[in-house]
Design a protein around this ligand. Structure first.
Ligand SMILES: C[S@@+](CC[C@H](N)C(=O)[O-])C[C@H]1O[C@@H](n2cnc3c(N)ncnc32)[C@H](O)[C@@H]1O
Ligand code: SF4
Length: 405
């Protein structure tokens, strides 16, 4: 009898382990996004949820609110480890190294963070200090993303930046001295009054600094920004196009592979956190205005979370999950578009199996549009991957429109 019980117990444990293993295999990888919404000053082109810090940002209260927020999301993580963390903003580098250290320690107490997790923090060169950068590194940040935008002083002034060329160069130097071996630089092109030569000089300076990753964005005039209300004179579309083409060639020449619309990396240094978004993985989002996406492992339903945007209102609602944000299901009818909107941004596209795994839908649901785009040469199939052709990549919005219900 005792032997029977033992055997039954063994079978139960083995069954539970198998169920966990299957759930782990099917569950999308999980990331964590943490939003810090304050900046020294609001840049006139920026529509991010960023607010000018009137005084010192309320670090202590905000970290308590972030951790309370994370507690309400822990159940969504299940047994999955967090594979990447991205502390974005706003200007997270406004916070002290001690605050970031407390934040990461609090995160580790509440969820399992993979031993090799990529942990990125966004930094503005105007807030770069040697001690602070060293502290970030010691706190466990292993990737720094520096918002350079341009190395041209006149340009930086027009963009309302709080730093000049010298501070931008120094920020990179400080990051290396602090031990960061994984750096991203944000650079923008198509800037007011920017000539072809100016744009390429910026890019050459960035390449000379040998970052592992470069985010190369075309400046866009976003609603609800100063630049939208008082539009500066931007270069003609054709001139911007020429900069983009020449820029891509220069980056390729120096070993930076374009793997997404605006992302370029050397060898293995693609941004794992952003890759998880583009591969339609799951992510918890905590902080003012943060968004998350979670797949329910029992039903396969996908839900999106969004937290209160205004920092003060977010702080006021701390510890009250019902006030802190919203949670909405993604309609199956919207799933294929949402998946493609992310996955087709990647130069390599996606394997058919990923579409099935992430959406629960059969590849046939992409028909008849998929076949039409393949025939017209906008999409192509190669080694099991579906991706944009060169033409499709240049007209990505048009390709996506085809899949809108
Ligand atoms: C949150 S910020 C980066 C960190 C920090 N706040 C900073 O600006 O230094 C994210 C990046 O988005 C890019 N960005 C913001 N607004 C943009 C716009 N209107 N057009 C193109 N890129 C933009 C900038 O390159 C910026 O560095
Ligand atoms: S670009 Fe960066 S520093 Fe400027 S307002 Fe936006 S988030 Fe803040």
């Amino acid at each position: 009898m005792a032997g029977n019980n033992k055997a039954l117990e063994y079978i139960n444990v083995a069954y539970a382990q198998a169920v966990t293993l299957i759930a782990m295999t099917l569950a999308p990888p999980l990331s964590l996004y943490i939003h810090i919404p304050w900046c020294v000053r609001k840049c006139p082109y920026c529509d991010f949820n960023s607010h000018r810090a009137e005084a010192e940002p309320p670090e202590r209260d905000y970290i308590a609110a972030l951790l309370a927020d994370l507690e309400t999301e822990c159940a969504d993580a299940g047994t999955r480890p967090i594979e990447s963390i991205f502390i974005g903003g706003g200007t997270p580098s406004l916070f002290s190294a001690e605050a970031i250290s407390q934040l990461l320690a609090g995160v580790r107490q509440r969820v399992t963070v993979a031993a090799d997790a990529e942990i990125t923090l966004e930094a503005n060169p105007g807030t770069a200090e040697a001690g602070k950068f060293r502290g970030f590194r010691q706190a466990g940040i292993n990737r720094l993303s520096i918002g350079i935008q341009s190395f041209n002083d006149a340009q930086l002034q027009r963009l309302g930046r709080i730093h000049g060329r010298a501070e931008a160069l120094r920020a990179v130097e400080l990051a290396r001295a602090a031990g960061f071996d994984n750096l991203n630089l944000d650079l923008m092109f198509g800037l007011p009054g920017q000539t072809h030569a100016d744009a390429l000089a910026d890019l050459r300076t960035a390449i000379d600094l040998q970052p592992e990753h470069l985010s190369y964005y075309q400046l866009t005039l976003e609603p609800n920004t100063v630049f939208h209300k008082y539009p500066p004179r931007l270069p003609e579309d054709e001139a911007i196009w020429a900069v983009q083409e020449a820029g891509q060639a220069l980056l390729a020449e120096h070993g930076y592979q374009q793997y997404e619309v605006s992302a370029y990396a050397r060898s293995t240094r693609r941004c794992r956190h952003n890759l998880n978004y583009w591969r339609f993985g799951d992510y918890l989002g905590i902080g003012a205005g943060a968004h998350g996406k979670i797949t329910c492992m029992q039903t396969g339903d996908i839900q999106r979370t969004a937290k209160i945007r205004h920092p003060q209102h977010y702080l006021d609602a701390a510890g009250q999950p019902e006030r802190q944000g919203t949670r909405t299901g993604v309609e199956p009818a919207d799933l294929r578009f949402e998946f493609l909107m992310n996955a087709l941004r990647l130069r390599e596209g996606f394997p058919g199996s990923l579409f099935r795994d992430r959406t629960g839908l059969d590849l046939d649901t992409l028909e008849p549009e998929l076949s039409a785009c393949l025939t017209e040469g906008l999409l192509e199939r190669q080694a099991g991957f579906i991706r944009c052709s060169d033409t499709g990549f240049n007209f990505l919005d048009n390709v996506l429109q085809r899949f809108l219900n």
